[in-house]
Design a protein around this ligand. Structure first.
Ligand code: SF4
Length: 362
């Protein structure tokens, strides 16, 4: 028996679903993790919930929340002579201004390399001493510690031609930012498993203490998700606002202090731009002064260009849970995984791509 099979047990899933149906008096919940988005659609849980349990997908896909201006900035960098861009593969097709992306940049002669770890880009910097190798630092707290460790190694190894473009985002400040929008109607959160393995439980406590909302860190299997949903239903029914860790097999309440220490040794909190949300105070990571020679902004004199939003794309509303992907006029028409108009259709963790792949047509 696979270890994970017990978290997919159909009989236990049925029992939890029955309890949710029996007890729910209505709750609007949001998940903020691309892997949760995919798990919910892949398992079909969204089709089995009672009508009064409303699922909202939030800004949980790091590629999707990368702002148009940030995409324009790295495309501008890619076009510069002497620059090599190192990136994870999921950014290659993210559309920027005038439909351009890293693939079209590559076709125009830019040197763009797909890497599987930030440390691979360090190896590139060693092999290409005459070029500026820029790693695109995109991701949440899950990836930032590894990028920080790479920057530390670059400094120790005196690889001055290695740079990072710091576009990392932090989840808890984004939740605060979302909740400050008076139009948002969120009554509970399912919190991301991977991010929480790094940051732990404490950074989410404000949800209960300040916002009066319940929230659960949970895993990605059907039983994990249903257990978290039953918790939110019961909290809503009783007016509770507990914030709990239901993913103890992976997430320690204290998170991973070593990873956090490395992250904050190299980075410091900074304001960040989020697609569809705008600037959220303290929701990003800037490179500290001691590492300035590895900061692509400072070392390569880069600024964020002003660019118009992607024409017709409603990713901003999808990322705030204000619109379902199939309510976008371009969904499955002009916009498909083969012809993505916006990043939510590019990334495998994007809401539009998950909806496209797993939606059951009536
Ligand atoms: S369906 Fe395409 S165009 Fe519409 S919001 Fe999603 S990614 Fe953007």
């Amino acid at each position: 028996m696979n270890f994970l099979d017990k978290f997919r047990d159909p009989e236990l899933c049925r029992r939890l679903l029955d309890l949710i149906h029996k007890e729910s008096k209505g709750v609007r919940f949001m998940e903020v993790c691309g892997t949760h988005t995919v798990s919910i659609f892949q398992s079909g849980i969204h089709t089995l919930l009672p009508d009064n349990v409303v699922h909202l997908t939030g800004p949980g896909c790091p590629v999707c929340v990368t702002h148009d201006r940030e995409v324009a900035a790295y495309l501008e960098l890619a076009a510069r002579p002497g620059v090599t861009i190192a990136t994870f593969g999921d950014l290659m097709k993210v559309p920027g201004p005038k439909g351009r992306n890293l693939k079209t940049a590559q076709a125009d002669g830019a040197d763009v390399r797909v890497v599987y770890s930030p440390f691979d880009s360090l190896e590139l910097a060693r092999k290409l001493p005459d070029r500026q190798v820029v790693f695109l630092g995109i991701g949440f707290e899950t990836t930032a510690p590894a990028v920080a460790a790479t920057l530390k190694a670059a400094r120790e190894q005196k690889l001055a031609n290695f740079k990072v473009l710091p576009f990392h985002k932090l989840v808890p400040p984004a939740l605060r930012g979302l909740l400050s929008d008076p139009e948002m109607r969120i009554e509970g959160f399912i919190l991301p498993g991977h991010v929480s393995a790094v940051i732990g439980l404490d950074p989410y406590k404000f949800l209960g203490d300040d916002c009066g909302l319940p929230a659960a860190i949970t895993g990605f299997e059907p039983l994990d998700l249903l257990q978290a949903l039953l918790f939110l239903v019961r909290q809503k029914n009783t007016g509770g606002h507990e914030v709990v860790n239901q993913y103890r097999r992976v997430v320690a309440d204290a998170g991973n202090p070593k990873a956090m220490q490395v992250m904050y040794e190299v980075f410091e909190p900074a304001d960040a731009l989020w697609r569809g949300i705008g600037t959220i105070p303290g929701s990003g990571l800037a490179i500290r002064e001691e590492y300035a020679e590895h900061d692509a902004f400072r070392a390569l004199d880069l600024t964020l260009p002003e660019v118009p939003p992607l024409p017709g794309c409603r990713c901003g509303e999808v990322l705030k849970g204000k619109m379902r992907p199939d309510q976008c006029p371009l969904f499955k028409k002009a916009c498909t995984p083969a012809t993505p108009v916006g990043p939510c259709m590019v990334s495998t963790e994007g809401s539009c791509a998950a909806y496209f792949k797993y939606q059951l047509d009536a």
